[in-house]
Design a protein around this ligand. Structure first.
Ligand code: ATP
Ligand code: MG
Ligand code: MG
Ligand code: MG
Length: 560
């Protein structure tokens, strides 16, 4: 491409409203332009980068036997009503009506669409397994779009869905995608880690997020210093540090059980959340029972009753409930998650004695309530894991870092197939729900994460595999025929070799051209200037300070 013809509006100044490096550099390098809050247009330099990432994704997924399709982004509400998510998705879903007043949405994700497609087309186990994917624009009316394309309201996602006949099949599909993701992000030059993740609104049992460690990340990740345990803070479990007797004394002095104002309680909770690891129960106003649950024993997903940290409010509470909770002694372990309480109340487990799961006093337990089945919750719902806490696997301390979620994989099981009647006839002649997984990668966010890890004070330093072009040829002065002639010859030769090459034939000073090529991060630069009288050019790598004068014959071997 000749740069004189290129639509590449670069900026010298740092745009005022761009807070993070990747956002600033994408704007400055002329990759993107903002149209509305969280809505961006993609320009040639941006498109090339996003396409490179998409190509890598395609190669790695095709390698695993996945097949590309493309579904509509415009989705009728009926599908979402079938799965039950029309009401669950809330304000993040972009909804609209057609001329006949029928409800539609712009897809924020496509579990329903893919499940429905398979339901219509698949009848027998012989047609499974399948793994289908698409690369398509998703719409999410994010509460807080920010950081350029890191969090937008319309973004390109690769979303894949696997369909298996049983759990063992799903395990393999999931592992295949895990491996593909590992390859994809490595090829993108990203230093990243898979971490255990919460399944959130998508649902399902097992899930991993691919996290790029970065100060600008909106997620907090917990890494064990002694083993391979790594989890999103939302999901992290830990053996919580014990409070000292001193700290317990302080807590008791500040607050005594009884009737308290909400304000007093709030102060108390702040204090206790920072410092303590014991369970205490307070009656706020005779109506609201507030429980601080800070377990001091080992916690993991299966040990309900040894919950950790935080505040639980029971809104309902008749007198009996209040009594039951206040009767629970210090040291009882309360419900493990805030969600749990709502579930319990919704289920009208009204019997006061049954309100508490895992109380250490007999007759104060909810009988037969199982974590995962009857309610959800993690340590993170109450109190974040800290560096003082210990790994439940190996007992080592944690490191806590910020991360950008670039990919996310889930085992969905039969959640959607059961809700939507997506069944197949198995070998034994029985009709069974298809066992599903789903797998997402944000294309533009991945590009932003790459810039966060690959830049210097002069601009982007793209890894070769992602760079919009591999080489830029810079004639120092386009008015000098000998510069232009040689530059054009190099440009044509490289192009014939299949190298993606730019010719900076703009009538600008060399300094301006160098600045632009550094800003947009082209990995190799060939400058045609005064040395051409000796048949030589200057060769420079973007990532190195060194400039080498090489002969024209050497170019080919350097670039290959
Ligand atoms: P986040 O926690 O950042 O809101 P998410 O968990 O809601 O992301 P998923 O539903 O798991 O996102 O979607 C898969 C991938 O799509 C994410 O891992 C991310 O790379 C990308 N993605 C999600 N939301 C956005 C967004 N608003 N803008 C850009 N990319 C996004
Ligand atoms: Mg989200
Ligand atoms: Mg997330
Ligand atoms: Mg996610």
């Amino acid at each position: 491409m000749k740069m004189s013809k290129m639509f590449m509006p670069t900026l010298r100044e740092v745009p005022a409203d761009a807070e993070i490096t990747s956002h600033q550099l994408m704007l400055r390098a002329g990759m993107i332009r903002k149209m509305a809050s969280g809505v961006y247009n993609q320009l040639p330099m941006g498109i090339r980068v996003f396409n490179k990432i998409q190509d890598i994704i395609r190669e790695e997924l095709n390698e695993k036997g996945c097949q590309e399709i493309l579904c509509s982004a415009l989705i009728p509400a009926e599908l979402w009503k079938e799965s039950g998510r029309w009401d669950v998705m809330g304000a993040e879903m972009m909804r609209l009506k057609d001329r006949n007043d029928r409800d539609f949405c712009l897809g924020p994700t496509h579990e329903e669409v893919f499940t429905d497609l398979i339901k219509q087309e698949i009848t027998s186990y012989k047609q499974l397994p399948l793994n289908l994917y698409q690369i398509q624009v998703k719409y999410r009316d994010e509460r807080r779009p920010r950081f350029g394309v890191m969090r937008t309201r319309s973004f390109t996602m690769k979303d894949a869905y696997s369909f298996d006949t049983d759990e063992a099949g799903l395990d393999k599909s999931y592992q295949d995608m895990f491996d593909a993701y590992t390859n994809i992000f490595a090829r993108c030059g990203l230093d990243n880690s898979p971490v255990q993740a919460d399944t959130g609104a998508i649902g399902g049992s097992v899930s991993a997020e691919f996290m790029v460690k970065s100060e600008v990340g909106e997620d907090e990740i917990v890494f064990c210093s002694g083993c391979d345990y790594a989890a999103n803070m939302e999901k992290a479990v830990a053996v919580v540090a014990e409070p000292s007797t001193e700290e317990m004394k302080e807590l008791k002095e500040v607050h005594t059980p009884g009737v308290h104002t909400i304000e007093e309680l709030e102060n108390f909770f702040k204090l206790s959340a920072d410092k303590f690891a014991k369970t205490l129960v307070y009656v706020a106003d005779g109506k609201t029972v507030v429980v601080v649950v800070r377990g001091d024993r080992e916690v993991n997903e299966t040990k309900v009753g040894n919950a950790v940290g935080g505040v639980v409010e029971f809104e309902l509470a008749n007198e009996e409930v209040v009594k039951a909770v206040t009767n629970a002694e210090i040291g009882f372990a309360g419900p493990i998650g805030i969600k749990a309480d709502y579930v319990l109340i919704d289920n009208e487990v009204a019997n006061a004695r049954n309100l508490i799961i895992g109380a250490n006093k007999t007759e104060y337990h909810i009988e037969n309530a199982n974590y995962g089945r009857d309610f959800e919750g993690t340590v993170g719902d109450f109190r974040n894991v800290t560096e003082q806490d210990k790994c439940t696997k190996c007992g080592s301390h944690f490191e806590i870092a910020r991360g950008v979620e670039v990919g996310h994989i889930f085992k969905l099981g039969t959640k959607y197939s059961e809700a939507m009647g997506c069944n197949f006839i198995d070998k034994d002649g029985k009709s069974k729900p298809v066992v599903m997984g789903c797998y997402g990668i944000g294309v533009e966010r991945t590009a932003a994460a790459i810039i966060e890890q690959h830049h210097d004070e002069n601009g982007i330093t793209w890894p070769l595999a992602i760079a919009p072009y591999h080489v830029v040829v810079v004639p120092v002065n386009i008015k000098k025929e000998e510069h232009m002639e040689v530059a054009e010859k190099i440009y044509n030769d490289l192009q014939a070799m299949g190298v993606e090459v730019l010719l900076d034939d703009r009538d600008e000073r060399a300094g301006v051209k160098f600045k632009d090529s550094e800003l947009i991060g082209i990995p190799m630069r060939i400058t045609v200037g005064k040395d051409i009288v000796d048949g030589k050019v200057e060769f420079k790598l973007r990532k190195s300070e060194e400039k080498e004068v090489i002969s024209l014959d050497e170019i080919k071997s350097r670039v290959e």
